[in-house]
Design a protein around this ligand. Structure first.
Ligand code: MRU
Length: 359
């Protein structure tokens, strides 16, 4: 097989990975579509650019798109700062919020963050528009900072269920890039590595967009966390050879009964883990739990374009007349989940009860 080395991978960046940075009047996003070949940032200075960045997955991962949408509302509010009446300001911003929520359907964090901003806005209806804009900005910064500390708590809680010298399998990217920093599933990995440098990570490639190969591996390499890249279909084999002790994945939305949506392929990993009696953990902040839906059947699953499957690095890899089905997520039923690692502790079955207890 011929391997071309034309595209070089830039491995190390200085300091912590910051997927989202607020710069006073604009947001700086790492363009995750270019990683790991190029480490570049883009300036997002309007709500519609933020909407496009979420849609086109320059920023992705449930908490990261939530934080980004909170700043999208701020950018929208700033663009409306000269409105003469509160009602005009409010209803135009409501429309912007609805647009931001529509950019990706599965991760509930997007809705969660926009709704928090709109609720705050309502409490400012007796104040000036300028005061409301400042409050929205302050609140978005708080959402970003809170996300990092929440993830560190998830990491601390997750460490308690990682065996010594754990061989941890993860799917997709639930790391710094998918959050405001530190990560959820990869936050557990980070904390586990700090606690015990003998751990090993197995990262599923994560077809079709390769978030595992492009992003999770890249993050691990930044911090010298031992990582082995495998393809999605290998998990049963690895488990049969005792190469995996525990699985930790992130989530995009968790229903009130504990069913959890995450990147397509997660459910297959969960089935294999159950067959081999390997603990399967979902690591997610409480903001990913959608108590308004009873079960995973109600979670909307994003379908993405066929080119994500028919092309690799812009090159067609199959007859172009083929039918393609490309759901971006699947739902792992609660029965397959050993525990949900959150910032307030590890929720255990019966999830209907343990989730109700924390809300
Ligand atoms: O399509 P993506 O890359 O946004 O999907 C991301 C995932 O499925 C993550 O595992 C999930 O959002 C959790 S991120 C902490």
């Amino acid at each position: 097989m011929t391997i071309t080395k034309k595209r070089r991978v830039k491995v190390k960046v200085k300091g912590n990975i910051k997927a989202i940075e607020w710069c006073g009047s604009y947001v700086k996003l790492i363009d995750q579509t270019k990683l790991p070949y190029e480490y570049t940032t883009v300036k997002i200075d309007s709500y519609d650019k933020m909407g496009m960045a979420i849609k086109d997955m320059l920023v992705r991962g449930a908490p990261a798109i939530g934080v980004s949408a909170a700043f999208g509302v701020v950018l929208g509010a700033m663009s409306l700062a000269d409105e003469q009446s509160w009602d005009d300001f409010y209803f135009k911003l409501l429309k912007i919020g609805n647009y931001l929520k529509s950019t990706r359907p599965t991760a509930v964090n997007l809705k969660w963050a926009v709704d928090i901003q709109m609720k705050l806005l309502e409490s400012y209806k007796d104040k000036t528009i300028k005061q409301a804009v400042e409050a929205l900005e302050e609140n978005a910064i708080k959402i970003l900072n809170d996300d990092i500390s929440i993830n560190k708590n998830i990491g601390d809680n997750g460490v308690t269920v990682m065996p010594k010298s754990a061989k941890i399998l993860t799917h997709c990217n639930a790391g710094s890039l998918a959050t405001a920093g530190y990560g959820t599933a990869l936050g557990v990995v980070r904390s586990a590595f700090t606690n015990d440098p003998t751990i090993q990570v197995y990262a599923n490639e994560t077809r079709p967009r390769q978030q595992g190969a492009r992003l999770t591996v890249w993050e691990c390499v930044q911090e010298n966390i031992p990582v082995t890249l495998v393809t999605d279909g290998m998990c049963g084999y690895l488990m049969s050879k005792s190469m995996i002790d525990v699985v930790v994945v992130g989530a995009d939305r968790i229903a009130a009964n504990g069913d959890a949506a995450n990147k397509i392929g997660t459910f297959t990993v969960a089935i294999a883990a159950k067959a081999f009696d390997i603990p399967f953990y979902v690591a997610a902040p409480l903001s990913t739990i959608d108590t308004s839906i009873e079960s995973g059947e109600e979670i909307p699953i994003e379908e993405r374009c066929k080119e994500e499957i028919t092309h690799i690095n812009g090159k067609l890899v199959c007859p172009d007349c083929v039918n393609v089905f490309n759901p971006g997520f699947d739902v792992t039923p609660a029965d397959y989940i050993t525990g949900i690692i959150t910032e307030v502790g590890i929720l255990k079955p019966d999830y209907k009860k343990s989730i109700k207890d924390v809300f």
